[in-house]
Design a protein. Sequence first.
Length: 506
Amino acid sequence: MEQFPFIKSECLLQPITGDNPIDYFRHLFTENMLDEVIAQTNNYAREVLCRRETKQHSRINAWKETTKEEILIFVGLILHMGIIRINRIEDYWKTDALFGLSVFSYNMSRNRFNVLLRALNFSKIPEQDAEPSKDQLYKIRSMVNLFNTRLAEIYYPGREISLDESMILLRGRLMFKQYIPDRCQKYAIKLYMITTPDGMVIKFMVHSGMVDDSGGKGHAQKVVLNLLEGMLDVGHSVYMDNYYNSYELAKCLADRKTHCTGTIEKNSNTFPKEVIEKKLKKGETVAMYANGVMIGKWKDKRDIIYISNEYKNDIVEKTYKRGERKSKPLPVIQYNKYMTGIDKQDQMLAYYPCERKTIRWPTKIFVHILQLMISNSHFLYNKYSTENMSLYDFRLSVIRCLLKPQPVLCVPKHNSPELEHVLKPRDEKRNGKILRKQCKRCYSQGKRKDTIYICKVCDDSPGYCLDCAKDYKICVQHALKDFQFLALSRPTDSSKKLFNALDDNS
C-alpha cells in the first residue's frame, strides 16, 4: 500500500499579540466578524423591525443603533449564561435575593438585551422583488465562512484529522432540521466538522438538506471533499465513521495523496461478500486488498468491518492502563486513537451550554460559533502560551474582559484594627466564677490565652486579653464602670493591667 509523506507541519500561521485569554479569543473573533454583526443588525432593525406596525409601548420603538462595545458586552453575557444556568432569560435580571445576579443588570438592561437578541442579524436583507435565495443558509452563511476562513489563516493542523458530525438541538420549524430517533432530543441541525484529535475544530459546514451543493447522490463523498478542500495532496490521514467511508472515496483520496481509515456499513452491497459475510470466532480477522485499498473484518464482542488505504490488516498487541494486553488489527487501533476529536469538542461544549430554546435558528448557529471560538482559543492558549488553564477559568477570564468592570464594595472585617472594640466581662458564670474565652488575637498567632473580657461589638462576642487590648487599640473606656467594683473590692493583676491600658490609651 502506497504511503504518502506529510509535507506540511502543525503550526500557528499568525502570531498572537498578547498572552492573555482575551487576546486568543479576539484572534478568532475578529474585527471583520464583529463589524459584520453590527452592520447587519443595525440594518435589519432599521429596515424591518422599525417599519412594522407595532404597539405603542413596543420595545423596538426605542431602538438605538448598536455599537462595538455593546455587542462585546452582549457576547460576554451570552457566554456567562452558559456558566450560570437559569431556565428563563428574564430571570438573570431579577432582583430577588434567590437570584442576585447584579452583573447582568449592571452591564445591560433586560429590555435592551431582548431587543438585541431579536434584532441580531448576519445577512443582507433581500430586495422585495428579488427571487428567494436557493441557499437555505444565506442568513448565517457569512458567519460560517468568516469562521472557516479565519481558522485557515491562523492555524494548520497536524497529520491526523477526523471528520464527523455534531448537532445543535432545535425545537422550531426548519426545512433542513434532522430527525434523530435514538436521542431524547429528536430534532437538531446537523454540522459536519473536521477536528484534530485534541478536539480543535478546523472547519465545519451546516447540512441544509438535498438542495445544497453537497446534496443528492454521493452526498457523503461530496461532504468529505468539500471539507478537505485546501488540505488535499499533502499527506493527511483522515479518520471517518461508516456514514462517509466507501471504496470509491478511498480510491479518490488516494489519488489526491490523502490517507483514510474508518468503519463501514455491514449491509453495504459495494464491498466483497467474502469479507462481509465471513463467519469469524472472537479474535479472528480477514481482509482483502484491491487497488491500494484494504477492507477487513475483525471479531471482538461483535463484528467490526473497516476500510483503509494506509494500513494493512496487521495484528498489533496493545497494552492498556491497567496492564491488560489485547491484540487488535492496526487500523482499528489507529481509528480508536484519532477518532476522538469531535467527541471531546461536544463534551467541552456540553459543560457550558449557551443555546436557548426560544431563539431563532440563525442566532443559535451564531451562538454555537461563539462556543467553538471559545473552545478553539482555549486549545491554542494551552498549546502556545506560557501557562495552562482549565476551560472554566479560561471562559471566566474572557467574560471578565468583555464585560464592564464592576465596582467592588469594600467592607472591613470585624477583627480589623481600624474598628473600635468595646470590652466587657462575660455574664456567664459557673460555680460563682466567670467563664473564660480564648483570646481571638492570641489564637490567630498560635498562642493559647484565656480571658474573661469579650467584645460586644463583634459577631459571636470574641474574647480579647488585656495585652491585646492595649496593642490592638481596643477601646476599654466604655468598660470602666463594669470593672470598677471588681478592681476596688478585689484588686487583681488583670484589673491593674486594665487601668494601665486605660492610662496609656488616654
